[in-house]
Write a protein that binds this ligand. Sequence first.
Ligand SMILES: [Fe+2]
Ligand SMILES: [Fe+2]
Length: 348
Amino acid sequence: MTEGSGVQKRRRDAPAPAELDQQGGETADQTDRTDQTDLTELSSRADPTTLARFDRPRTDDRTALAVFSDPHLSTDKEGTWKAYHRTEERLRSAVADANARKVDGVIVAGDLTEDGRPEDFDGVADVLADLNAPFVAVPGNHDVPKAFDDHETPPVAEFAERFAPEEFPFREELGGVDVLGLNSASSPGGELDATHDGAISDDQLAWLESALPETDAALVVSHHNPPGLESHLAETHYAPHPPVGDSSAFVDALAGHDALHLSGHVHLPAAISGDIRGLVCPALSSFPQAYTLAEIGPEGTTLRMVPVADPEGLEEAHDLARTHSDRSADIAEMVESQLADLPLAAER
Ligand SMILES: [Fe+2]
Ligand SMILES: [Fe+2]
């Protein structure tokens, strides 16, 4: 099972990209142009599209953080809906853009590698070394050892040593914000070894419950999303992707705090609503090949989407997603639908 496999179609009524913002009665040529215009607009970095505006967290010290999710870096693979042959270039582009914006820090929300190969971790480390700001990362299901691996995947302790301030969970101050990083991709009992599903261990939940009251402005990061995605998508589109294992306990730990949860894994931008607030970040590797810019200030938190591909690159990613498999086509369709109805959350 890979990410996205839990997304089951309820109703195929999301518009194709050519239909987005389209007036009736257009010719095929006009439709093509509409499609191209949408992709061009999406790939504009000058004024990144607002994904969501939240009331919390807030901080007096204005802080800008870049969130890179699902770079899936591969040093030798081609194609698939994750466009492996572009992954290093896209991550480099994200690093360059984050440097140009002088962000206070970078969060990598998991699936750093295509599938946990040591040479791909080396590739990620090489690219992230160009960041001017400090970075922290949490592992994704593709970064941790699996029972079905046909290669050696480094243990999570090694991941933490290279890409996190300490073993999971961790707390790291970036600008005026505390980033609380959790490992949702492997579990102490090893029960996730045969699956790409997620879980937050009891120890991490207990740690989170004690850490949250001690911080004024927290971003909680795990690769897998907590529940709540359903309420945003289910009405008109699809059943949700499975969230982390013991999801009610995770919600209980987050509820009642001002924290914002950030995740990846699903490869589509979405808001988490209900008792907690969260954002599922768009992926760097697959359509729309973008990172998330999180701006936290006295008024609250704004999340914007920064594309890392040019219009041709975005079109390639879109074509790959629409043609690779039914699942990737479904995910691409959901991405289009989500981006046609922004912001995903507007608490202010
Ligand atoms: Fe992923
Ligand atoms: Fe994932």
